[in-house]
Design a protein around this ligand. Structure first.
Ligand code: IMP
Ligand code: MG
Length: 181
């Protein structure tokens, strides 16, 4: 029999922290003199959003949105639902959607469409990870942490069936043989 387990460490807290600093300084430069809404996608982006916002030197507010398409299966259904929406007014605001991972692209495509209806000045996407090889929709990724191969990542906010979000590093879901008794 097999059971799911934690694989080896793929990205350490330090690697992700350094990446957050780099991306935040690009954002600081790109939005100089402007204000900004960092819109984190719950729950996967929480650690990444926290790391990123520490280095933002702009007038910035944060808010959250929850979109789900997954249930407990590791492959996307393509049907996206918004289950929590930002309370902040986004009209005429520069919005950066902060994602944990863009996989098929269904979620980010839907989020951009729905958020556009609120009349923001601009919308960009900042994601910690991207799996370009699995993309089904052509979506913009304006700020990218790491391009990753087709593994199911866990840790640093990313979950499998709501577990592993608390790992302070990123690993992948591995399978382990267990005794059949
Ligand atoms: P998409 O709609 O297929 O692009 O999937 C986006 C969402 O699926 C992400 O925001 C994650 O919440 C989840 N997801 C996709 N790939 C992974 C993974 O490797 N680990 C954990 N969650 C994932
Ligand atoms: Mg997510």
């Amino acid at each position: 029999m097999k059971k799911s387990t934690i694989g080896t460490v793929l990205y350490t807290e330090k690697q992700i922290g350094d990446k957050a600093k780099q991306i935040a300084s690009m954002i600081n430069e790109d939005y100089k003199g402007e204000d900004l809404v960092l819109l984190g996608t719950l729950k996967g982006s929480v650690m990444w959003l926290v790391e990123l916002m520490k280095h933002i030197r702009l007038d910035c507010t944060i808010d959250f949105i929850t979109a789900s398409s997954y249930g407990s299966s590791p492959s996307s259904s393509g049907v996206v639902k918004i289950t929590y929406e930002p309370a902040l007014n986004l009209y005429n605001k520069n919005v950066i959607i902060v994602e944990d991972i863009v996989d098929t692209g269904y979620t980010i495509k839907y989020l951009i469409k729905k958020l556009s209806e609120r009349g923001p000045k601009s919308i960009k996407v900042c994601t910690l990870f991207s799996k370009q090889a699995r993309r089904k929709e052509d979506v913009p990724v304006d700020y990218l942490g790491f391009e990753v191969e087709d593994l199911f990542l866990i840790g640093y906010g990313l979950d499998f069936d709501e577990k592993y979000r608390n790992l302070p590093y990123v690993s992948y879901l591995a399978e382990q043989d267990i005794e059949n008794n």
